[in-house]
Ligand binder design. Structure first.
Ligand code: FAD
Length: 407
């Protein structure tokens, strides 16, 4: 029996090395179009590789996938975060957890993961063909024929497509020709540009907790927000970009957001607090210091935007200006125009439709002996190790089904 895995990335390797170990009689080959193996994994997590997330509840974990939550929920019952940690530990790779839950190899070096996979491939005799691009696959009787860009043709009994996320729709054509349908790709995990907005003068400021809403939708995220040269970034923004990926693409990245710089405060609660300040610290300058927990530079900016001069004291704050300050602090409206790719970790939303894949085996519902793993499927997670966990889970499930010989 011969298995051909298309794609030498995270999911392809995980499928190949596990399938080869589980069924040593099987010939396993990885076909990779470039001259590099595991190239995204190498640069992932700033070169440290954020392998997974320390989340051990399937329910909670699945909430981190804007697309594919129900599918991964089923799949995680078979291979989950604890299995990932154990898998690497059995091979001498220890993982550590950072304060925000992200897990990395203790070496803080993605080459630890790369070397682990290369050793496993070597140990179980996985053949690796590089610089070969798969252009077409055809079913001929019970066999598959694989046609490469260089004209070579190869036979296989089983195929696992693990070619990652394609950024452009035509790149999926060879998969579409099989009869599979594909959700068109759009970028996920990007930052919001606010060109010309004076807010960008505050670049470098991190607001520990902000609530950002996309106007006219129910999309809202709370978390750290970072003000950059171009606009807004940070976990709250990236999560929002992932949740709104398709809708924001349709709006061509022109939309409005409403930011609360001080959640869970709202205008009403903050008004009461301001009333207190007007009496208790009436002589104190409003801009000079804030006890609210907002970064001081941002507070000064909000005051300035509200027309509050450097010398104005709490006792002298006119109610009209107070109203503007309340609005700017708790529901500031900002126009977004364009996006910037988040270099640390980005993924493509879209891919092979999940209704056509069995989550228990990763087998195509259109063809027996055809499997999928990783980002080629219409599944993507937010930042934090969720995309790799999906690559491990789907790669392992496909490997088990393939190695069993039952499919
Ligand atoms: C800069 C960056 C940092 C990231 N950091 C993290 C992180 O820290 N944590 C996290 O969870 N996720 C991270 N991600 C996302 C994560 O890397 C991907 O979700 C993951 O690599 C997907 O694995 P995959 O095997 O499905 O695809 P890939 O890793 O993209 O591998 C697919 C492979 O298939 C090959 N291929 C494609 N088409 C063909 C073809 N026709 N024939 C042959 N070969 C083909 C490609 O060349 C590629 O090598 C990051 C992504 C980027 C871009």
């Amino acid at each position: 029996m011969r298995l051909i895995v298309i794609g030498g990335g995270a999911a392809g390797f995980f499928c190949a090395v596990n399938a080869a170990r589980m069924n040593p009689a099987m010939e396993t080959i990885i076909i990779e179009k470039t001259g590099k193996l595991l190239s995204k994994l190498r640069i992932s997590g700033g070169g440290r590789c954020n392998v997974t997330h320390a989340c051990f509840s399937i329910e909670d974990m699945s909430r981190h996938y804007p697309r594919g939550a129900n599918f991964v929920k089923k799949a995680f019952h078979q291979f989950f975060t604890a299995d990932t940690i154990a898998w690497f530990k059995e091979r001498g790779v220890m993982l550590k957890t950072e304060a925000d839950g992200r897990m990395f190899p203790v070496s803080d070096d993605s080459s630890t993961i790369v070397n682990c996979f290369l050793q496993e491939a070597d140990k179980y005799g996985v053949a690796i063909w590089m610089n070969r691009e798969v252009r077409e696959i055809n079913k001929t009787g019970s066999q598959w024929e694989i046609v490469l860009a260089n004209g070579e043709r190869h036979q296989a009994d089983k195929i696992c497509i693990a070619c990652g996320g394609y950024p452009k729709a035509p790149m999926f054509d060879w998969i579409r020709r099989l009869g599979h349908s594909v959700e068109p790709p759009v970028p996920s995990l990007f930052t919001f540009n606010v060109p010309g907005n004076p807010l960008t003068q505050l670049m470098g400021i991190t607001v520990p907790r902000a609530t950002v809403k996309i106007q006219g939708t129910r999309l809202e995220e709370t978390g750290p927000a970072l003000i950059t040269h171009w606009g807004l970034s940070g976990p709250a923004i990236l999560r929002l970009s992932a949740r709104g990926a398709r809708m924001l693409a349709e709006r061509q990245y022109q939309f409005g957001i409403t930011v609360n710089w001080l959640p869970p405060q709202n205008e009403q609660l903050l008004r009461q607090q301001f009333q207190g300040f007007r009496q208790e610290i009436a002589a104190q300058k409003i801009r000079s210091r804030n006890s609210l927990g907002i970064p001081q530079r941002l507070w000064e900016y909000l005051c300035e935007q509200s027309g509050i001069g450097a010398d104005m004291r709490w006792g002298d704050l006119p109610s009209a200006k107070q109203n503007i300050l309340l609005k700017n602090t708790c529901s500031q409206e900002i126009r977004v125009s364009g996006k910037t790719t988040f270099k640390e970790e980005f993924v493509t939303a879209g891919g092979v439709k999940l209704a056509e894949i069995d989550p228990n085996t990763m087998q195509s519902k259109r063809y027996p002996s055809l499997f999928f793993a990783g980002e080629i499927m219409d599944i993507d997670g937010v930042t934090g190790g969720f995309n790799f966990q999906h690559a491990w889970t789907s790669g392992w499930i496909a490997a088990r089904a393939i190695a069993s010989g039952a499919y």
